[in-house]
Design a protein around this ligand. Structure first.
Ligand SMILES: Cc1cc2nc3c(=O)[nH]c(=O)nc-3n(C[C@H](O)[C@H](O)[C@H](O)COP(=O)(O)O)c2cc1C
Length: 192
C-alpha cells in the first residue's frame, strides 16, 4: 500500500480540521498518517525533531498544510522546511508526490503566496506536485457552505475561515480536502 503523510501546522485548529479531511480522503486508498508540527519541535529557532523528518523519508507522497500567516506559511512550517535542507542535498525526497493546502481569514488573504511557496520547496526537493482538480461547486448550483473548491484554487486546497472559535472550514472546503487526499493517494498507489 502506498504511504501518504500529511504534514501540517495549525495555530488555532482550522488547518488541523482541513488536514483531518485530507487524511480521511487519503486513508481510503493508502496508508495515511497525520503528522502535526508543534512549537515544541523548534528550539532556538531550529526544527530539531529528526525522528519526524526520518519518518517522511519512506513516504510515497507528502501533503503539506499550513495556515497563511502574513502572506506565507507559518513560521513553524518554515522552520520545518529549513530543516529539510540536508534531504535537499542528498535528494532524499526526489520524485515523491507532493501537494498542499492552506487556510486563512481573508477571502483572498494572500493564500496563493502560501501555496506557491509549497510548490517551490517541493520542486526544490525534486518532488512531483499534484494539483487540486476539484470542480468549483458554485458553478453547479451548490451553496457557499457546501460547494467544493468555492475559491477556485487549482494549485492546492484553499479554505477561508471567519475569525472566532465557532468557525471552521466549511463542509465544502473539507470535502475539497478529502478529494485532494484521495487524488494523491490514488496517484501514489499507481506509482508505488
Ligand atoms: C500571525 C498571523 C498572521 C496571519 N496572517 C494572515 C494573512 O496574511 N492573511 C489572512 O487572510 N489571514 C491571516 N491570518 C489568519 C489565519 O490565516 C487564519 O485564522 C487561519 O485559518 C488560522 O489557521 P489555524 O487555525 O490552523 O492556525 C493570520 C493569523 C495569524 C495568527
Amino acid at each position: 500500500m502506498a504511504v501518504v503523510k500529511i504534514v501540517f501546522h495549525s495555530g488555532t485548529g482550522n488547518t488541523r480540521c482541513l488536514a483531518e479531511a485530507v487524511h480521511r480522503g487519503a486513508a481510503a486508498h493508502a496508508d495515511a498518517e497525520l503528522m502535526e508540527i508543534t512549537g515544541s519541535m523548534i528550539s532556538d529557532g531550529r526544527f530539531t525533531d529528526e525522528d519526524f523528518l526520518a519518518k517522511l523519508d519512506s513516504a510515497d507522497a507528502i501533503i503539506f498544510g499550513s495556515p497563511t500567516y502574513m502572506g506565507m506559511v507559518s513560521g513553524q512550517m518554515k522552520c520545518f522546511f529549513d530543516a529539510t535542507s540536508q534531504r535537499w542535498m542528498s535528494g532524499a525526497w526526489n520524485s515523491k508526490l507532493a501537494a498542499g493546502f492552506t487556510t486563512s481569514l481573508g477571502l483572498s488573504g494572500d493564500k496563493q503566496s502560501t501555496l506557491s511557496y509549497l510548490v517551490t520547496v517541493s520542486c526544490q526537493h525534486g518532488m512531483i506536485w499534484v494539483s487540486c482538480d476539484a470542480p468549483n461547486g458554485l458553478f453547479q448550483g451548490a451553496s457557499m457552505e457546501e460547494a467544493t473548491n468555492r475559491l477556485s484554487s487549482n494549485t492546492g486546497v484553499m479554505s477561508q475561515v471567519n475569525f472566532g472559535p465557532e468557525f471552521h472550514p466549511t463542509p465544502g472546503d473539507e470535502r475539497t480536502g478529502e478529494l485532494l487526499g484521495e487524488r494523491v493517494a490514488k496517484l501514489a498507489a499507481r506509482l508505488a
